[in-house]
Design a protein around this ligand. Structure first.
Ligand code: FES
Length: 192
């Protein structure tokens, strides 16, 4: 079949009749499966949302275990060394220390003996900004020297900037010894 010179492209005019076009055929791209894409995208979004939701929950569940990992039962001395009706300073050696902690690993606490079998053991650090509080038997108050915070003898907040009462240690009597669960220093977010 002869070519119509009027309707033939210039590059085809130079090619012998019947020869194949040198241009490669254009293969159309596969159609985009929009539904599949949206489905996978939705799955990925759900996975991210589930992870964001679950992580704080997991942290909340495991945080008490982590906290307990830094606490141990530590003897404070013979229970009889604390007279009934008095509040005395005691010190324990933090078992979770490194050698260069030195004396900073000696942790003081206030021991109040209410009766033969009833004790309260308070952390010395003020719940405002952590200054060590002192016990004044004359007024039956714990006083903070930094900003004037005051606490009653049972550790409850009396006045000043502290947001709450003194932190209390878990304690028990074991073989005549007063033993407290100590180690990690109590804070507002991590109480003993
Ligand atoms: S640190 Fe005790 S009142 Fe501020």
């Amino acid at each position: 079949m002869s070519r119509d010179p009027e309707n033939t492209r210039p590059e085809d005019r130079a090619r012998p009749a019947g020869a194949a076009s040198p241009r490669t055929p254009v293969v159309p791209p596969p159609p985009v499966d929009r539904r599949g894409f949206l489905f996978k995208f939705g799955l990925a979004l759900n996975a991210v949302a589930a992870a964001l939701f679950a992580l704080p929950l997991i942290g909340y569940v495991v945080s008490p275990m982590r906290r307990r990992a830094w606490q141990a039962w530590i003897p404070l001395g013979q229970a009889d060394a604390f007279p009934v009706g008095e509040t005395r300073l005691a010190t324990y050696r933090n078992p979770f220390t490194v050698p260069w902690d030195g004396v900073t690993a000696d942790i003081p606490c206030w021991v109040r003996r209410i009766s033969e079998s009833s004790f309260q053991v308070f952390a010395v650090n003020c719940t405002h900004l952590g200054c060590p509080v002192r016990w004044f038997p004359e007024s039956s108050l714990f006083m903070c020297p930094c900003h004037g915070g005051a606490y009653y003898e049972d550790g409850k907040r009396a006045s000043g900037p502290p947001p709450r009462g003194l932190f209390e240690y878990e304690h028990k009597i074991e073989n005549g010894q007063l033993v407290v669960r100590g180690g990690q220093i109590p804070t507002l977010s991590q109480q003993v």
